[in-house]
Design a protein around this ligand. Sequence first.
Ligand code: KG4
Ligand code: ZN
Length: 349
Amino acid sequence: MKILGIESSCDETSVAVVENGFKVLSNVIFSQAAMHAKTGGVVPEVAAREHTEQILPVIQKALKDAKCKIENIDAIAVAYGPGLISSLLVGVTAANVMAMVHNKPLIGVRHILGHVYAPFLEVKSAPQFPILTLSVSGGHNELYLLRGHFEYSILGETVDDAAGEAFDKVARMLGLPYPGGPVIEALAKKGNPEAHPFPKARFDDPERLDFSFSGLKTALQYFLEKRAKSRKKVTPKEKADIAASFQHAVTEALTENLMEALKRNKDVKEVHLTGGVSANMYLRGVLEKKLKMFQKETGRKFTFRVPAKLSYCTDNGAMIAGAAFFQHKSDPKKYREWKFVDAVAEFDM
Ligand code: KG4
Ligand code: ZN
């Protein structure tokens, strides 16, 4: 089954063709990041206009790269939220029109579940359930326990900022461009991760494995304000130390919860790290080390996966087409009848 997946929830216009949830035939991504770097973040109206300009050429290129004609496509999938409503509307409208004109089933996919299915793309052997998935992005941050396709519980989520959002805000505070994640990662390579022991968030309910990054951001803000008052300029070395210490604090918060979830769920067969922040090599390295140590100490066996390519970490059409396949397989009737109005009713504002 070949599915054409459309993603337009934030600042990437992306369309892909994926066969049976795993095989990526094409994945075209038009990123607006350079444009939003000028304004230090995504301006929704600018993003929507850009999606409108790019959506048709990106669809055409995705079909061409996949060596497909629209007749060879079995279904159209689209991310319907959460995200920026004006951006989502472009993808959802395009998908709806294509489905109607070409008489194809239309499958609406929750953007966040698209990220959960990114590590399934291009795998050699099908992932085995139960899977513990840490999804870390700019707009969301959750820890899932998946017992089967679309059968999951959320063990923890962010109570304020998502980790990627914190990367973007801290980058802005340091005078670095948007998106903050990759620039902080590059700067952190020259810094000491233990230079600043930033505070850890505390929670009332020990059962939940939630995340919070606003305290970390505020601590950093106070530190920079104090420096500004003392009229002592932050040196390049200090900037690198701040970047490294911040990245380290985020990594510890994310990996500690994941390790705790792993201890509590003894039957987990796979651990997945996904979302835009999963492109971060420091986070990947620390997590991999902790998982290896845990396997050695407990004798437990599980597979660790990240998306097969960096382009499947950040927003992309392939993850939407991939998730759509398993969603459709798990309940074909429901997803065949999904309509444009369902998307509009379910938009997360
Ligand atoms: O998944 P994504 O493309 O969009 C959302 O669904 O939000 O994630 C974008 C986020 C941005 O906040 C960006 O700064 C972050 O992912 N990101 C990174 C890295 N690459 C992207 N964060 C840390 N390290 C990276 N290398
Ligand atoms: Zn995303």
